[in-house]
Ligand binder design. Sequence first.
Ligand code: SF4
Length: 333
Amino acid sequence: MNDTTPRLDSKLLQVKNLNVTFVSAGVAVQAVSQLSFELDAGETLGIVGESGSGKTAAMMSLVKLLPMPPARIEADEVRFEGADLLRLSQQELRRIRGRRIGIVFQEPMTALNPYLTVGYQLTEGIIAHTRCKRTEARARAVEMLEQVGVSEPIRRMSSYPHELSGGMRQRVMIAMALLLNPSLLIADEPTTALDVTVEAQILDLIMKLRDRLGMAVIWITHNLGVVAETCTRTAVMYAGKIVEVAPTAALFESPRHPYTEALIGALPAFHPRKEPLRGLNGAPPDLSCLPSGCPFEPRCSYAMPDCRRTSPELKEIAAGRCSACLRVQRGEW
Ligand code: SF4
């Protein structure tokens, strides 16, 4: 079997000990550290955390969409449908990106070519991956634009990205990501640049397409509200590490890491009306000189002396739940 050939695995994606380091002017910044997780076929996993927590760097490194250098990507394994992605050639990886893994970026203007029409970009993507005839590719592109709710899809095929609204551009981006029925969609803050009404439409659209196409989704966001609406399981990242993983409903009901609790406490929807919102004091640590103990210790209201000395690993604390907190692991919280 060719290494890029899809095969039926119980896990769609397995990531073991992923590290991403950016080295610039002699300074090494550890953006992602010892990241491990798995994803089932058809599952929706949310990756949440503040800006700079490493969520985008981690997910883009899986498909080598980071500039190397300055990025250095290392992992024991990044296995997707049987293929170890980090050990594939760029050509083999290109075959998987776009065909088996679709990606929707935060700002479609950076992903769409401003000099080419929407129709050209969509049909070229299909032809490059399938070598089908241009007329077939064009028909598929129009059908996909229709599916993602682009009005007058035949006319839009001749439009340039700047002629479309932000919401329409994002729909085109989603159409492009889903053209070849991928088994995994990585959605990197796809609604952040949109207003609330369009955000709701795009969320709804991606979830409907997920159900119709049966694909798995990794949803990268800083917005816990989005995760609550869309994801079956959630991983919380802080300072380049996963600090908690749990089924989403359980995570909101009883967070098992002080950082998760603080994030939820800052959400208006999860807060008693008469009490003022609880903000999260302090700032994330400098990733170029991480403390030797728990990276959340300076901001943690449950910190104890051991937290300064020991960097907690992510450990299973109950079936399907993991936490990287010493207090939780000792049963003291
Ligand atoms: Fe807080 Fe200590 Fe747990 Fe870190 S290990 S989150 S500092 S209690």
